[in-house]
Design a protein around this ligand. Structure first.
Ligand code: ADP
Length: 612
């Protein structure tokens, strides 16, 4: 094969420019990236070896592993992994394969010069070598019996070259000619300490200049009591999932009836792709240390997709399709057990360290609510004590659980009251909560889209019903103050407003506002309607009941205008009253028409002021 020059794709070149000119201070992470690629390659060949006997053996015939050597400005990383054919080298090392790298590039484009600070958060794969190397030479030989060795070289500036290689054993050797300002990485003590720091628990031996530098333990197979926080947390970071310490660790070791080990983590923060529909999810699945699947979706429900880690089981059938794996009783049982343990451990955290639990809730609460809605029958009991909500009483960020709410219920209060709203600010400003604030009764303010679904599943808690403050005919009459009889005004208004409202009636839920729109006992809430419209669903506008505050002076005045026959004055005010109610709930449907009505009214007011 003659040498062939190739141009990098534009986005690879952008990435390389960022790498080459990076002033990122933790450049050492390039080694973690290359070593973890080597470990992946070892995982892959071991997996392939389960079903094929014609693969090339590893170099010295000894135990496969990773060897790092440094000498005079050069750093070499060599593995006995699956290797690459020339086609694979062209494809894998000429485009961006790593999903994290793609996400990094997107953020970097958005943030411009701030990009280098992002490097450590993403894991940039192979190209991070160019943070420290002025030239990279890859020699690889695929484990497949008929493959030819390949050589890939690049100085990172626009082009790379592929030619026939000279490697005779399977695996990959990556040579970095270190940049003048990166000579520190040619010191073996430095490399050893980086390996210990970032790759200590990779389950493959890593030698640095002939000495094993990492612990190479499969932590998940060890007895949970013997695994320290430090080791577990480092393991979590190493398997490339996060640069932060995890918030919760769940370690199970079960022997019968099904044998499995699981070391799972709840991250401290959302992974960047948590809400990308096709993001990889699910823990790694091993069978006795052989990596079977990088992301085993079937091992956790979708709503626990933020949980990371490793599951190792010899009992999972390997020679059936993914879809079949999901349906096997073994996988179903492991999955149920994992869900239960994760939820139980979260429950323990909620009890022992509420502040920490609340940070987990802030990141992943939305998904736990989704879980309640989807899996109430199987896991509702464990999820219930985890649910947290924003509230009327307290500060913006305060959250409260259902049992704490119940314990603090006021005298005569027989329901857990909630309001679904676009934001907490909108919720606490709503006329619906006035009477509750006055009574000192708390109201859960539900601001996530999923809440509308959650409350359909969550109708009561330990015998106490959950009720919307915005729904139905509320009877929370407050005494005192002069009351206007609205028995004539209400039907008059209904006539005037016609189909725009379902009914008009006297309110017993208002203290300060003149009127409010109320959801009917059955049917869609205003908030649900808003959410569905946001996702472009065509929903028929639900009609709402207009409630009038009989103690409000505006209602008194309106009634007087009406009874004195001043219809020309009363009508525009009545229409604006409905506009105002819509404004208060944030759903004015015809703002232009409302604007005109307002101007007419202002004209009258100014005329009157001038006349009087
Ligand atoms: P990622 O590892 O996330 O896929 P990288 O940019 O790090 O992204 O690597 C791109 C691809 O190059 C890998 O997916 C793999 O196919 C190949 N590759 C990189 N290093 C090795 C190696 N040491 N052995 C075999 N293949 C490798």
């Amino acid at each position: 094969m003659s040498a062939k020059k190739h141009g990098f794709k534009a986005e690879v070149q952008q990435l390389l420019n960022l790498m080459i000119h990076s002033v990122y201070s933790d450049r050492e992470v390039f080694l973690r990236e290359l070593v973890s690629n080597a470990a992946d390659a070892l995982d892959k060949v071991r997996f392939l070896g389960l079903t094929r006997s014609d693969l090339r053996p590893s170099s010295e015939g000894g135990e496969p592993g990773i060897r790092v050597t440094v000498a005079e400005g050069t750093l070499v990383i060599e593995d006995d992994g699956i290797g690459m054919t020339d086609e694979e080298a062209l494809k894998n090392l000429g485009t961006i394969a790593h999903s994290g790298t793609r996400a990094f590039l997107e953020e970097a484009k958005e943030k411009g010069t701030g990009a280098p600070t992002l490097i450590g958060q993403f894991g940039l794969g192979f190209y991070s070598a160019f943070m420290v190397a002025e030239e990279v030479v890859v020699e690889s030989l695929s484990a497949l019996p008929d493959a030819e060795p390949v050589r890939w070289t690049s100085k990172g500036e626009g082009k790379f070259e592929i030619s026939a290689g000279s490697r005779t054993a399977r695996g990959t050797r990556i040579e970095l000619k270190l940049r003048e300002d990166a000579k520190e990485f040619a010191e073996s003590w430095r490399i050893e300490s980086i390996v210990k720091k970032h790759s200590n628990y990779l389950p493959w031996p890593i030698q640095v200049n002939g000495t094993q530098a990492n612990a190479a333990r499969a932590l998940w197979l060890e007895p949970p009591s013997q695994v320290t926080d430090e080791a577990a947390n480092q393991f979590y970071k190493e398997i490339g999932m996060d640069w932060r310490e995890p918030a919760v660790r769940v370690h199970l070791s079960v022997d019968s009836p099904i044998q499995y080990h699981a070391l799972l983590f709840v991250p401290a923060g959302k992974p960047y792709d948590l809400f990308h529909p096709d993001a990889p999810r699910g823990p790694r699945l091993y069978a006795r240390r052989v990596l079977i699947e990088e992301h085993a979706r079937e091992l956790l429900p979708d709503w626990l997709r933020f949980v990371r880690g490793v599951v190792d089981s010899e009992d999972v059938p390997l020679n059936v399709s993914r879809e079949m794996v999901q349906k096997t009783p073994v996988v179903r049982k492991i999955r149920e057990a994992l869900v239960k343990r994760v939820l139980k451990d979260l429950g323990k955290l909620a009890e022992s360290d509420a502040a920490k639990f609340n940070t987990v809730w802030a990141e992943f609460g939305v998904l736990l609510k989704e879980g309640y809605y989807h899996d109430k029958s199987a896991h509702g009991e464990l999820l219930l004590p985890l649910l947290r909500f924003r509230r009327l009483l307290g500060e913006e960020e305060d959250v409260i659980g259902l049992s704490a709410y119940k314990a603090a219920m006021g005298e005569g209060q027989d329901a857990i009251w909630y309001l679904t709203a676009e934001s907490r600010a909108a919720g606490i400003a709503s006329p619906h909560v006035e009477i509750f604030r006055k009574r000192g009764w708390d109201v859960l303010i539900l601001t996530d889209a999923v809440d509308e679904w959650l409350i359909q599943a969550l109708t009561e808690f330990e015998g106490t019903p959950l009720k919307s403050v915005a729904r139905g005919d509320l009877k929370l009459e407050e005494d005192g103050g002069e009351k206007t009889d609205v028995s004539g005004l209400a039907p008059w208004l209904k006539d005037l407003l016609g189909e725009q409202v379902a009914a008009v009636r006297e309110s017993s839920r208002l203290t300060d506002s003149a009127c409010v729109l109320v959801d009917e006992e059955q049917g869609m809430s205003a908030n649900m309607e808003r959410i569905l419209r946001q996702v472009n669903q065509d929903v028929a506008a639900a009609k709402r009941v207009l409630e009038l505050n009989p103690r409000h002076p505006l209602i008194r005045n309106l009634e007087q205008l009406r009874t004195r026959g001043k219809v020309a004055d009363a009508e525009p005010i009545a229409r604006l009253l409905l506009d105002d109610a819509l404004l208060l709930e944030g759903t004015v449907k015809e703002p232009a028409a409302m604007g005109r009505r307002l101007q007419d009214l202002l004209l009258r007011a100014t005329d009157q002021a001038l006349g009087g």
